[in-house]
Design a protein around this ligand. Structure first.
Ligand code: 6PG
Length: 475
């Protein structure tokens, strides 16, 4: 046995990760349900490094040095369970199975527990960066037994993206923690994309810019505080011309956004944890609305009411949008990091948020300059109550708040939907409010259901005898 790592599931992500390992000098055992994929990889990229071709699971497992390390790169759900079962039957105590797919973290918790009983280590690793990242350096979020990270960590760190000499890979915590943080990463990715989309919409419909001109704005933004992978590729997508019509490609793509599930999972989990991830939720719902094509067709003629005037100072409005985007983005990340803290507390994972910010600086889809500031914020105060309270972000929001309000107000007056910008601003205003209308909600709840309330001036729970003499009693 001579392979340091085995990869099973050789679709694009699996192939590229296998090649990445090989290019870093590791001997890689290859396995795929149909051998044709294995052979295609070897024929095209066999000279990337040292590969071991295998056909059966037994051969595959026998090709691996101990403790055996196998990375599964198959579809999340049942296919993953099927491969785990096959592998587990052929492996020995102390061996390590790594699931690199976008698995639901509760599945990972279940799988880890059941494999632990059989003496095997199971590592649920979130891997971000798409096809390109898989080949040239992804961000890797492995969760699972700490002991297994000793045998596995160096291998994963060697193929991860590196920022300032630090690998974008670190042990996240036990069982489902790696897949949980990857899920929230994707939720933030949804929010980020939605906010960029709203900025684009405003340029298009409030300022009347064409795609090329909007691309120029994003390119310029990418040289400042907003520097990030998503802003960079936004400019590229907007600049792309359609070969068939010669118009910008974005103008011939159907405006119905799809999703595979991780954003939705983030929101479901946030609902269970009671964390208001409003930015992420609006992003998920905005995709759903865009995809409601029949309803949208039926609603197309609905009245807008009297609309306001378009902005006359394009330069000022552009700067307003930039600041609104930045502030809303801070809110989305703040909410995502809150959810990670809540998940970590719920499951006892001890996730270090500064570590996450560190490994998200490179390789992943949400990589951005910005993550350096988040890392600094959590380094300075690991218990920070909210990212928006970190001095740097507080300053950025406070200096952009007028712009943020102008953008939301202008969009509203022009009938341009900005659920991301608007809900983030409402979240901000809600968080900083002196008195929320929740007092009334509590009164209503007590009225119809005797659900009780607390008082601002004495401890304990109280109830008003609403259908009686309306005196107050201690509940
Ligand atoms: C990543 C991406 C990746 C995938 C998304 C797409 O981090 O590399 O997030 O995991 O591209 O899951 O998600 P949707 O299809 O739901 O947009």
């Amino acid at each position: 046995a001579r392979a340091q790592i085995g990869v099973t599931g050789l679709a694009v992500m699996g192939s590229n990760i296998a090649r990445n390992f090989a290019r870093h000098g590791h001997t890689v055992a290859l396995h795929n349900r149909s051998v044709a994929k294995t052979d295609a990889l070897l024929a095209e990229h066999g000279d990337d490094g040292d590969f071991v071709r295998t056909e059966t699971i037994e051969e595959f497992v026998a090709a691996l040095q101990k403790p055996r390390r196998v990375l599964i790169m198959v579809k999340a759900g049942d296919p993953t369970d099927a491969v785990i079962e096959e592998l587990a039957g052929a492996m020995e105590p102390g061996d390590i199975i790594i699931d690199g797919g976008n698995a639901l973290y509760t599945d990972t918790i279940r799988r880890e527990a059941s494999l632990r009983e059989r003496g095997l280590h199971f590592v649920g690793a979130g891997i971000s960066g798409g096809e390109e990242g898989a080949l040239n350096g992804p961000s890797i979020m492995p969760g699972g037994p700490k002991e297994s990270y000793e045998a596995l960590g160096p291998l994963l760190e060697s193929i991860a993206a590196q920022v300032d000499g630090t690998p974008c890979c670190t042990h996240i915590g036990p069982d489902g923690s790696g897949h949980f943080v990857k899920m929230v990463h994707n939720g933030i990715e949804y929010a980020d994309m939605q906010l960029i989309g709203e900025a684009y919409h405003l340029f298009r419909d409030a300022l009347g810019y064409d795609a090329e001109r909007i691309a120029d704005v994003f390119t310029e933004w990418n040289a400042g505080d907003l520097e990030s992978y998503l802003v960079e590729i936004t400019a590229e997508v907007l600049r792309q011309k359609d070969a068939k019509t010669g118009t910008p490609l974005v103008d011939v793509i159907v405006d119905a956004a799809e999703q595979k599930g991780t954003g939705r999972w983030t929101v479901k989990s946030a609902l269970d944890l009671g964390v208001p991830v409003t930015g992420i939720a609006e992003a998920v719902f905005a995709r759903a609305l865009s995809g409601s094509r029949d309803q949208r067709a039926a609603a197309r003629g609905l009245a807008s009411g009297t609309l306001g005037d378009k902005p006359t100072d394009a330069a000022q409005f552009t700067e307003d949008i930039r600041r609104a985007l930045y502030a809303s983005k801070v809110v989305a990340y703040a909410q995502g990091f809150d959810q990670i803290a809540a998940g970590s507390a719920e499951y006892g994972w001890n996730v270090t948020r500064a570590d996450l910010a560190t490994i998200w600086r490179g390789g992943c889809i949400i990589r951005a300059q910005f993550l350096n500031r988040i890392k600094e914020a959590y380094d300075a105060d690991p218990e920070l109550p909210s990212l928006i309270l970190a001095p740097y972000f507080r300053e950025a929001i406070e200096s952009g708040i007028d712009s943020w309000r102008r953008v939301v107000a202008t969009a509203t007056m022009l009938g341009i939907p900005v659920p991301g910008f608007a809900s983030s601003l409402s979240y901000y205003d809600g968080l900083r409010a002196e008195r929320l209308p929740a007092a009334l909600t509590q009164g209503q709840r007590d009225f119809f259901g005797a659900h009780t309330y607390e008082r601002v001036d004495s401890p304990g729970k109280f109830h008003t005898l609403w259908s009686g003499d309306r005196s107050e009693v201690v509940a």
